[in-house]
Design a binder for this molecule. Structure first.
Ligand code: G3P
Ligand code: MG
Length: 249
């Protein structure tokens, strides 16, 4: 299943949709990514007070909505009153924080693949992973490529209990010295690392060990080309449109 996924995974993955062009983690951002021909997107998922999985990066809604306060202390009804687009630009004023279910439906319509990053409020790792997995079991259409990642290893472990076959990504900033042991321990197929910390030797070693490498957040096409030449499988970018000309050329 992992092999099948990575064969379908393009080299360019849209970050939070296409968050250089539209408010991150909104349906508009998914549509913008599709408009820019991005076939695979990364989005972040977290929980509301009433345990609904919603698409949001921060634990506090302040940065990306007109509200304030922890999302874990707000019901879905409250979350839905928030404007999640105007902070980015007035033309996005109608955007709301989407539920995971809504995002899945739109991703299905757009024919995209998904890297779903589980982003729990710290302390809520287990319930977040549990709920996300339960929702995926009900709503995820099998034909849509899905890669689940998290910085929180508790989330990876919990998801694996529910979804024995889904490919998992070990998400980190710097690559830990004992990465190989961790990849095995958490049953991960890919390692997702921050661009500053990754070297050509890392990529070679991780690939030689049979794992995939994804690098975030790469917005400079020259850097993307270098990483892909080194053997990275994909780069996660806020500006997918910047990347295509260079890769096609
Ligand atoms: O999944 C890659 C990247 O999104 C991880 O960092 O903070 O943008 O979610 P962050
Ligand atoms: Mg993310």
């Amino acid at each position: 299943i992992a092999e099948n996924l990575f064969q379908q995974m393009p080299k360019i993955i849209g970050h939070r949709g296409a968050c250089g062009h539209a408010p991150e983690n909104t349906l508009a951002s998914l549509r913008k990514a599709a408009e820019l021909n991005t076939r695979f997107v990364e989005i972040d998922v977290t929980l509301t007070q009433d345990s609904v999985a919603v698409i949001q990066h921060d634990s506090d809604v302040r940065r990306c909505t007109n509200g304030r306060g922890p999302i874990l202390l707000k019901s879905l009804e409250e979350v839905r009153t928030l404007d999640a687009g105007s902070w980015f630009g007035p033309e996005f004023g109608g955007e709301r924080i989407p539920t995971l279910k809504e995002a899945i439906d739109v991703i299905g319509e757009l024919g995209q693949g998904l890297n779903l990053e589980i982003k729990p409020t710290v302390g809520w790792q287990i319930p977040t992973a549990e709920r996300v997995a339960e929702e995926l079991l009900v709503h995820w259409p099998e034909e849509i490529p899905l890669l689940i990642s998290s910085f929180a290893v508790e989330c990876l472990i919990e998801v694996r209990r529910y979804l024995p076959d889904v490919p998992l990504g070990y998400l980190t900033s710097a690559i830990p010295p004992d990465w190989e042991r961790r990849m095995a321990e958490y049953d991960c197929a890919s390692l997702h690392c921050e661009r500053h910390y990754v070297t050509k030797d890392h990529i070679k070693a991780i690939r030689d060990a049979g794992f995939r490498v994804l690098v975030y957040t790469v917005n400079d096409p020259e850097e993307a080309k270098k990483l892909l030449d080194w053997g990275a499988d994909a780069v996660i970018t806020d500006f997918p449109d910047r990347m295509f000309p260079l890769l096609e050329g």
